[in-house]
Design a binder for this molecule. Structure first.
Ligand SMILES: Cc1ncc(C[n+]2csc(CCOP(=O)(O)OP(=O)(O)O)c2C)c(N)n1
Ligand SMILES: [Mg+2]
Length: 791
């Protein structure tokens, strides 16, 4: 054979091997879907959602996913995960069973439904791993399209790494911004605003984002014609198409069953994204769902028999098989063998996963039964206990809760005469164990916990310069950007004019528009940009211009940021700082103080409500020492109030969760935060002349809230308490009330009933009168305080 012929043969053999390897993954993935469904239907798992019908497109996609790249996707991507070597089938089953052992379900430790993947980004100490040389998967979430803001941010980070010179030596985080973010989304989920906002932003920003739309024609039962204009997302998006000399995105149409065709297009297209940072949309059409949407319900209910027949014919697995045979890449026997092996392999993987999942629970059952048997004879209702033992030990698929229910029940049956200390101790130990399994990692727990950052007092000299509040921030951010190269700040009007209140005034010119910049009016994806940067090891300050507009960006904060650390059991951290300004100014949409809504939506973030800019700086310093995400609400009416400039701007720190007594007093404790404190202090001064001595406490942070119970100390002294804020009745004032009364046991120290004072139920009416009558004012504070004193 000629040398040329030999080479040709060699590469043909390599090609053939590659194709068959991919076909093997397709078969294994399909078997996984089929077998998983059975596990759900027989009750061994609760729910299942699988990637059947998308296998071929995903083995093609995985070929171009390189170390350093990121994925932000949704629940259909099992094949991609298997093909890129990030997940094993055994791990897939472990998650299906909700195995809480991170070694078994390395994506979520059983905290997430199946097909919600993740890889580790940070070590146990909170240090970023060598992400530039790993294949990275940001943790999946279930709300459709919620991956879009994050995907945008992950891709955007590549741009920052490429364009900011001082980041170039961070080799573990990026290789010159060459990392592409692969984003996947269902056809129906593109109906969400998240998708449109993110695609527009990507077209403007020019970032390496590859969006794959898995178009199977349905969102559960609702077909495309009710979802998408012209029933085609690529047609609907065509105005964004990049042309010569414009920005925009590239749009490709792919057939989801056409292995060779997809590989050819993706090869060129992904290279182009990586090199030019031009985003792309891959509209992957003609995909199927061989088992319907999920294990809940069946697609026969809403698909016509023609459609079902078409899905059989155009099933990617079948098409790939036919293509292999037609091109003589393998014969029937070879393919049959691959298919049989796949079946066997998946079955074995499933068995291993089940064994690992069930063994520790069965061990708990055995131990419990042994212990209970020891006590059974000594208990009066021996028979009942024996019945319970029997019931527990006969469970074929016991859960941890079965053990706990049985133990609690037997412990409840024992009379005080029985010595069941050992049993109680065993129960408590299991309870603690379960707490660690189900209740950990809402926040960072290791050295990067914001709660471990100790306070350092601000050094404010008597002759310190008296400046406007915004100037405290401005000087601080100046020092900060000079010393912390990982910082990036952005938002509406934050770049050129340095934010609407001049905190960043002059700083873009000094530090460059790659680090301090304007964005479009798109709060949702501003948050997304922050998420992506934070996940990739940078320190974003993402600004939402006014607190009122945080609602537009609340979904990714609540669903994504707040759950990231928890849902990966500590494997990913997202230290975003969301900066905003709120409380009273003027009018319905510039006086928002919806803190109750915010703190209830944002468990998993810290919520800082500094009374002035000096305190705000101390909180920024604290947060920047940690990996915890936080919201900073600066006082909108405080930027022009005078403050003394501390001399240690970069060093002082305000400890989170530690209130400050801003006025000492003996008669009544008034608890509050933010702008309204100034009104309370004015009222307190007037009350003093009437002989009422108020102690005023600034909680400083709502999350966490007074972790050392300092408010209780005050209450013990005054025995009277009033909670004041600018939120609606029952909002954050009720939260503070509950914390102090129930959690701190404050009710025991009361002489009279505890009170709250808040704004009215409606939004504040416009103008200074509107403000006065809508929000707590000095006279109202005085009235309530006097009533409390007179009770
Ligand atoms: C915000 C939100 N709304 C509704 C749902 C419930 N839901 C889950 S999947 C789904 C359909 C999604 O269809 P599509 O995006 O086409 O993805 P496919 O499942 O077809 O791959 C719906 C409505 C959800 N998870 N999130
Ligand atoms: Mg769909």
């Amino acid at each position: 054979m000629s040398e040329e012929g030999l080479l040709e043969n060699l590469s043909f053999e390599k090609f053939r091997e590659e194709v068959l390897k991919d076909y093997k993954v397709v078969c294994e993935s399909r078997e996984t879907s089929l077998l998983s469904r059975k596990e759900v239907l027989t009750g061994k798992a609760k729910f299942g959602i699988f990637g059947g019908g998308k296998e071929v497109a995903q083995v093609a996609m995985a070929k171009f996913f390189q170390p350093g790249d990121f994925r932000a996707g949704y629940y259909r991507d099992q094949t991609f995960m298997f093909a890129s070597g990030i997940a094993t089938i055994e791990q897939f089953f472990a998650q299906l069973y909700a195995d809480p052992d991170l070694k078994n379900d390395p994506f979520s430790a059983g905290r997430q439904m199946n097909s919600h993947f993740a890889t580790r980004f940070v070590d146990d100490e909170g240090n970023w791993l060598d992400l530039a040389h790993k294949k990275n998967v940001s943790s999946d979430v279930a709300p459709t399209s919620a991956q879009m803001p994050r995907a945008l941010g992950l891709a955007f980070a590549s741009k920052v790494f490429r364009e900011v010179d001082i980041l170039h030596n961070l080799d573990n985080l990026s290789d010159n911004g060459n990392e592409v973010c692969f984003c996947t989304i269902g056809d129906a989920a593109t109906s969400e605003g998240h998708f449109w906002e993110a695609m527009n932003a990507a077209g403007v920003l020019q970032i390496p984002l590859a969006v794959f739309v898995w178009d199977d024609g349905y969102g559960i039962s609702v077909p495309k014609k009710y979802q998408t204009t012209k029933s085609s997302i690529s047609k609907a998006m065509s105005g964004l198409q990049k042309k010569d000399g414009t920005n925009g995105i590239n749009i490709y149409k792919l057939k989801g069953w056409d292995y060779a065709g997809m590989c050819e297009i993706l090869d060129e297209a992904i290279k182009n994204i990586r090199e030019t940072h031009t985003p792309a949309l891959f509209h992957v059409e003609e995909l199927t769902q061989p088992q319907g949407h999920s294990t809940s319900g069946s697609h026969e209910r809403y698909k016509s028999s023609e459609r079902l027949q078409w899905e059989k014919e155009w099933d990617g697995k079948k098409q790939m098989r036919d293509w292999i045979l037609a091109n003589s890449l393998a014969d029937e026997d070879e393919l049959n063998e691959i298919e049989n092996n796949a079946r066997h392999f998946v079955k074995t993987s499933k068995q291993h996963a089940w064994h690992k999942y069930i063994t520790p629970i069965k061990n708990q059952v055995t131990e419990t039964v042994k212990l209970l048997e020891k006590y059974a004879s000594s208990l009066e209702n021996k028979q009942e206990v024996e019945k319970q033992i029997k019931e527990l030990s006969s469970l074929r698929e016991p859960l941890r809760r079965d053990v706990m229910i049985t133990l609690a029940s037997v412990i409840g049956m024992a009379s005080p005469a029985h010595n069941i200390a050992e049993l109680k101790d065993f129960y408590d130990r299991l309870k603690q164990k379960n707490k660690e399994i189900f209740d950990s990692h809402l926040y960072n727990e290791g050295p990067k916990s914001a709660l471990k950052v100790e306070a350092v007092p601000a050094d404010i000299r008597v002759d310190a310069e008296l400046v406007n509040g915004f100037e405290v921030l401005n000087r601080y951010f100046d020092h900060l950007f000079a010393t912390n190269k990982k910082l990036v700040a952005f938002g509406e009007d934050l770049g050129r004019i340095g934010d609407v209140n001049q905190g960043f005034s002059g700083l873009q010119a000094k530090y460059g528009e790659e680090r301090i910049f304007d964005t479009g009016i798109r709060e949702l994806t501003i948050i997304g940009q922050g998420i992506g940067l934070a996940l990739r090891g940078l320190r974003p300050i993402a600004e939402i211009q006014y607190l009122d507009y945080l609602l537009f960006g609340l979904e990714p904060l609540s669903d994504d940021v707040c759950t990231t650390h928890y849902r990966t059991k500590g494997q990913q951290s997202v230290p975003i700082i969301v900066r905003t300004r709120g409380h009273r100014l003027e009018g319905i949409w510039h006086s928002g103080s919806a803190m109750g809504m915010i703190i209830n939506a944002l468990r998993g973030m810290y919520v800082c409500v500094p009374r002035n800019m000096t305190q705000a700086v101390g909180m920024y310093n604290t947060l920047l020492q940690s990996n915890d995400p936080a919201l900073m609400v600066e006082c909108l009416n405080g930027y022009r109030l005078k403050e003394r400039l501390p001399s240690n701007l970069l060093e002082y720190r305000v400890a989170l969760g530690v209130p400050e007594v801003v006025r000492e007093g003996t008669d009544i404790t008034i608890v509050s935060y933010g702008s309204v404190l100034r009104i309370i202090l004015e009222a307190a001064q007037k009350l003093e002349s009437m002989g009422i001595n108020c102690e005023v406490i600034d909680v400083q942070t709502l999350l966490p809230f007074d972790i050392n119970h300092l408010i209780l100390d005050s209450l013990k002294k005054t025995n009277r308490i009033l909670f004041v804020d600018e939120d609606v009745p029952g909002g954050a004032s009720a939260f503070m009330f509950n914390k102090v009364m129930e959690e701190q046991g404050g009710y025991r120290w009361l002489d009279v009933s505890p009170r709250t004072l808040s704004s009215k139920d409606h939004r504040p009416s416009y103008g200074s009168d509107g403000d006065y009558f809508s929000k707590p004012n000095v006279e109202e504070v005085m009235r309530v305080a006097k009533e409390i004193m007179a009770e």
